[in-house]
Design a binder for this molecule. Sequence first.
Ligand SMILES: Nc1ncnc2c1ncn2[C@@H]1O[C@H](COP(=O)(O)OP(=O)(O)OP(=O)(O)O)[C@@H](O)[C@H]1O
Ligand SMILES: [Mg+2]
Length: 268
Amino acid sequence: MSSAAPPSATASPAAVVAEKVSKVFFSGGQPVWALEEFSLELEPGSFTCIVGPSGCGKSTFLRILGGLEERTVGEVTMPDADHPIPAAFVFQEHGVFPWMTVLDNVSFGLRMTGVPAREREATARDWLRRVRLEGFADSYPHQLSGGMRQRVAIARAFATGSPVLLMDEPLGALDAQTRMLMQEELIALWEQERKTVLMVTHDIDEAIILSDRVIVMSGRPGTLRADLTVPFARPRSFDNERSAEFGELRARIWDLLREDVRTAEETA
Ligand SMILES: Nc1ncnc2c1ncn2[C@@H]1O[C@H](COP(=O)(O)OP(=O)(O)OP(=O)(O)O)[C@@H](O)[C@H]1O
Ligand SMILES: [Mg+2]
């Protein structure tokens, strides 16, 4: 009789741990605290959205997680940091290189990790098919619509194989209808891939539609105001939006944000 494998004693570690992260910028010699003791842990394979007033440090936090910005105080741990690209970014706009073809844009991350050319191209073409851009491999970004360009940016982030995807208002520049379609496409890709996603959005409905958790930040300096679980089962149905539960969660998030958004508007 073969012995049974021992039960796994360790729960899988968080994919991202940020502990009491603070950040100060100097503007005209004056300190501006963008973040104050902001902590967050992300489960592997979870989809989390951050909402918060303008200027509260959302982009700064993502940039710190992705290593594009130094933190002033605090700790950031990514247990998968030995992956060649520990975190891949999707930005709102200008995230694709205008001088590269669509195919080269999508394979760019893989080139950085030393994947051989043929494998790179095969992976990039597969991702282009998955975002329905297989006919545009040789096009340049300016020949595409805004929605198509964001599909390129999303394909590139997934194609890197990075375990963590950091998205800073990835759908923010799109018109409302394209945006709704892109939400469906993004969630379908994520449900197939189950990467750890942290996404900033100003759209409360979008945050609820997409995520397992909604993190609400205070006005600057950004601190954690609320950490809310989204109760809807997956795969998600867009019928959720018509439910009373959806409306209540939306109202609760807006109640948490309203005063800080007003203050941010008046002091911007
Ligand atoms: N490189 C920088 N130098 C000086 N100040 C900066 C720098 N980057 C950001 N800041 C300041 O830090 C604060 C937080 O900025 P950040 O871009 O992270 O906010 P945000 O929450 O992403 O805002 P938005 O919702 O408008 O995108 C702001 O006051 C901003 O002016
Ligand atoms: Mg921002």
